[in-house]
Design a protein around this ligand. Structure first.
Ligand code: F6P
Ligand code: MN
Length: 355
């Protein structure tokens, strides 16, 4: 029992009062928490809940859907449709955003979400999550797709839920980043991690190195320098992590620092990155910046990108600010033709493996 500790509802009432549509925003985030609790309960049942395995449907991203992808999407859609607080909803799992038709059921916000991030992990019982982003809706009428295409700086709230050993919600309403842990028996989210701060420095990086041959030179340079450790230009050893679940990765970085990269690559030249701007990069960028970190494509601050289309993909480099700044600097040097690619001593003039 955590009586006397701050619940999510109380935190929201205290933190959004006096802002534009503040009471409605607090109510909307309480609705998000209700959907999250439903998804947490479903995912915790594992195979017993019939949510494992694969469906034969493919989403708009060309990815095969899992039962839990679809159930989580439905949990959010029903919550938003019934809640009366949004004018429209966009989901990573749906081809097009949909407007709330009945004017009386329409609220002042747009909800954008990735219902189940990292869903390739479900069958192996590794952490997955949900990501959400809230924008102001146009003042009047049904929203059109163009109304969602606002830069990340316009978000009024964003956050994620992590379905791990404990279920957590981490969110920002533009006044710092705060973490809440679900007390499952009682059903309340309790403020356990107020004012999260990402350490500015780190010796931990996260990247899918199986894509190395497709990376751009500034990313190869950065990762080679990390791997060279004490014997390289960084003069200290680095450690590496890759969970393949962005929510879990970002949460680790919020808790102890680190840098996460899904950079631009040439694996599929029609896609400038793997992650989606509206559903993943913007909300996570907002959460990370509010915790003192940075979020960039390598060449541009994520939150300043003017979206061109709802399912747009972007390169993502985020986390501890001094490391993200370094990767951004390597991109700038590469673009200016002044970079110095790292050359391992093993392959240099007098190295062991010189060809
Ligand atoms: O939603 C995309 C996602 O599942 C992220 O959660 C994760 O960071 C990434 O893709 C994993 O990509 P890969 O399968 O290439 O490791
Ligand atoms: Mn995702």
């Amino acid at each position: 029992m955590h009586l006397g500790r701050k619940t999510l509802s109380k935190f929201l009432i205290e933190n959004v009062s006096g802002t534009r549509d503040g009471a409605a925003l607090a109510a909307l985030l309480v609705d998000v928490a209700a959907a999250v609790k439903a998804i947490a309960a479903l995912s915790a049942k594992g195979a017993l809940g019939g949510a494992t395995g694969t469906l034969d449907t493919v989403n708009v991203q060309g990815e095969t859907q899992k039962p839990l992808d679809v159930l989580s999407n439905t949990a959010f859609v029903n919550t938003f449709e019934q809640g009366g607080l949004v004018a429209g909803v966009a989901s990573e799992e749906m081809d097009e955003p949909f407007p709330i038709k009945a004017p009386k059921k329409r609220g002042p916000f747009l909800a954008i979400f990735d219902p189940l991030d990292g869903s390739s992990n479900i069958d192996s019982n590794v952490s997955v999550g949900s990501i959400f982003s809230i924008l102001h809706a146009p003042e009047k009428g049904e929203p059109r797709t163009a109304d969602y295409l606002q830069p990340g700086l316009k978000q009024v709230a964003a956050g994620y839920a992590l379905y791990g050993p404990a279920t957590l919600m981490v969110l920002t309403v533009g006044k710092g980043t705060h973490g809440f842990t679900l007390d499952r028996e009682v059903g309340n989210f309790i403020l356990t991690n107020p004012n999260i701060e990402i350490p500015a420095d780190t010796s931990e990086f996260a990247i899918n190195t199986s894509n190395e041959r497709f990376w751009e030179p500034p990313v190869t340079r950065y990762v080679s320098e990390c791997k060279a450790g004490k014997t390289g230009p960084r003069e200290r050893d680095f450690n590496m992590r890759w969970i393949a679940s962005m929510v879990a990765e970002v949460h680790r970085i919020l808790m102890r620092g680190g840098i996460f990269m899904y950079p631009r690559d040439t694996k599929d030249i029609t896609k400038p990155g793997r992650l989606r701007l509206m559903y993943e990069a913007n909300p996570m960028g907002f959460v990370v910046e509010q915790a003192g970190g940075r979020a960039s494509t390598g060449r541009e601050r994520i939150l300043e990108i003017v979206p061109g289309e709802i399912h747009q993909r972007v390169p993502v480099i985020l986390g501890s600010r001094n490391e993200v700044d370094r990767v951004v600097q390597y991109h700038a040097e590469y673009d200016a033709g002044t970079d110095k690619p790292y050359e391992s001593p093993l392959f240099s003039e007098r190295g062991l493996f010189r060809s």
